[in-house]
Every structure is written in structure tokens, then in C-alpha cells.
Write a protein of this length. Structure first.
Length: 118
């Protein structure tokens, strides 16, 4: 994992899968509101006229020269729940993102969202 202080510097870098196949471009980082740790990233994918943002967990990710490598396969990431490039993930849609990657999901103690964009 990379240092939290460096996250903003990685925006616009390539995101690759474990085989170093390019998935797309890093757009934003989402934090778990319970731990304040980076949890998910959004990756811009698609053709120039049909771009969308897909979500990918940051667990197990590593950085290389000018790329962020995730542990998930390119196809799995590209098939993940998506939003428009100017969209927002609705709280009701968060469980679908976690389910896509077979990760446990729990709302915060007060019902607040677990992911917050930074």
C-alpha cells in the first residue's frame, strides 16, 4: 500500500491488474469512514465517448513507477458496479460494490456510509 499523504499524487496514473494489464486511470480514492483508511478507488474505463467509473478495492494494492497495481483481474474490475464520470455512489448501492468483490459489508454504527471520497 502507498502512503496516505501521497494519494493525491497518484490521480491520473494507470491502474493495472496482477498481470500488469492496464485497466484504466485512477480517478479518486474512497476511505472507510470507520477506520479512515483508503478502501476503494474509482478507475476511469471505457472509450472516450462512453467513459464510466468503476470501483476497485485497494486491499493488497502496490505501486510501481507510474502505476497502481490491484490484486483483481482486469475483467472483474471492468465488470464492477459503475457510476458516470460525474456521478456519485449512492449509499443504497454500496453493498453491490462489496458483493461484486465478495467482501463483507457493514454500515456504520449510526447508519452512516462506510465510504467517503477524498
Amino acid at each position: 500500500m502507498f502512503e496516505i499523504e501521497d494519494i493525491r499524487e497518484w490521480r491520473g496514473q494507470s491502474v493495472v491488474d496482477a498481470g500488469k494489464r492496464r485497466i484504466g486511470t485512477l480517478e479518486a480514492i474512497y476511505f472507510d469512514t470507520a477506520t479512515d483508511e483508503p478502501s476503494f478507488a474509482t478507475v476511469t474505463v471505457g472509450l472516450p465517448t462512453q467513459r464510466k467509473l468503476v470501483f476497485v478495492p485497494l486491499r493488497g494494492c502496490t505501486v510501481g513507477p507510474e502505476y497502481l497495481k490491484v490484486i483483481y483481474d482486469k475483467k472483474q474490475v471492468r465488470d464492477a458496479p459503475a457510476i458516470g464520470t460525474d456521478g456519485e455512489l449512492l449509499a443504497a448501492d454500496e453493498p453491490q460494490v462489496f458483493a461484486h468483490y465478495e467482501l463483507p459489508y457493514a454500515a456504520g454504527a449510526s447508519g452512516e456510509r462506510r465510504l467517503a471520497r477524498r
